[in-house]
Write a protein that binds this ligand. Structure first.
Ligand code: 13P
Length: 251
């Protein structure tokens, strides 16, 4: 089992100066931690600056999005090859905000996962149901579809690592947290789907399943019983180093 992972998704927040200050705070407070993977995912335009700022710490860099081709006539898109080149190791793929506002489909998400692995980047594949889906009793079907489609033709081999982030969309930025018992049930479902796709050793050694959605110091204790939980994907509470540090300490 790889070590726990904590991912700070700063989304499209903060000015460049504020991003730099926050990166420096992270480096000071968390930059020496080696027994957990701590990933900062700042906005795309700040990635090169951030790479320079955190390069001499144990913090690692992640992108919030990527395109599925290395180069070509794709105006406005970001090449996985260049992400790798500037020092990114992780990429958030299929975040619900991109599925909702940018119409990202399961097919696009799948191409991005494949492009990440081809470029030696670790995809953080986000899946999650909407409130309506849950009310209609379709949660398991939707999660299964997102997972199966997102991993279509993805053959995890050797050292290739994958992170599955379960983020119910209704929990994101809402202050509502999913019931830990339900998260545990969903994690078991995710793991079973993975076991059907990959050899057990690969699932055990190369895949981490994490939770995201309004995670902060006040509610993480409820997750301590979840055996399969390998980390958190954190939005709002990652914008202040003190709040994020509480989450890091917990895991
Ligand atoms: P919040 O922690 O702000 O709910 O955001 C979660 C998220 O979307 C992380 O990717």
């Amino acid at each position: 089992m790889p070590q726990p992972i904590l991912i700070a998704n700063w989304k499209m927040n903060l000015s460049l100066k504020e991003l730099e200050n926050l990166a420096n705070d992270f480096k000071k407070e968390l930059g020496g931690i080696q027994d957990k993977d701590i990933i900062i995912c700042p906005s795309t335009v700040s990635l090169i600056t951030m790479a320079g700022l955190i390069g001499d710490s144990y913090l690692q860099l992640g992108a919030q999005n990527v395109f599925w081709q290395d180069s070509g006539a794709y105006t406005g898109e970001t090449s996985p090859m260049i992400l790798k080149e500037i020092g990114c190791r992780y990429v958030i793929v299929g975040h619900s905000e991109r599925r909702q506002y940018l119409n990202e489909t399961d097919e696009m998400v799948n191409k991005k996962v494949q492009a990440c692995l081809a470029n030696n980047l670790m995809p953080i594949l986000c899946i999650g149901e909407t409130r309506e889906t849950r009310q209609e009793g379709q949660t398991d079907n939707v999660l299964h579809r997102q997972l199966i489609s997102g991993l279509d033709s993805v053959n995890l081999i050797d050292q290739e690592q994958l992170i599955i982030a379960y983020e119910p969309t209704w929990a994101i930025g809402s202050g509502l947290i999913a019931d830990p018992e339900e998260v545990e049930r969903v994690f078991a479902l995710i793991r079973q789907t993975l076991v059907n796709l990959y050899p057990l050793t690969i699932v055990n050694n190369n895949v981490r399943i994490i939770y995201g959605g309004s995670v902060d110091a006040s509610n993480i204790a409820g997750f301590s019983e979840i055996e399969l939980l390998a980390g958190f994907l954190v939005g709002g509470a990652s914008l202040e180093v003190g709040k994020f540090k509480e989450i890091v300490k917990f895991l």
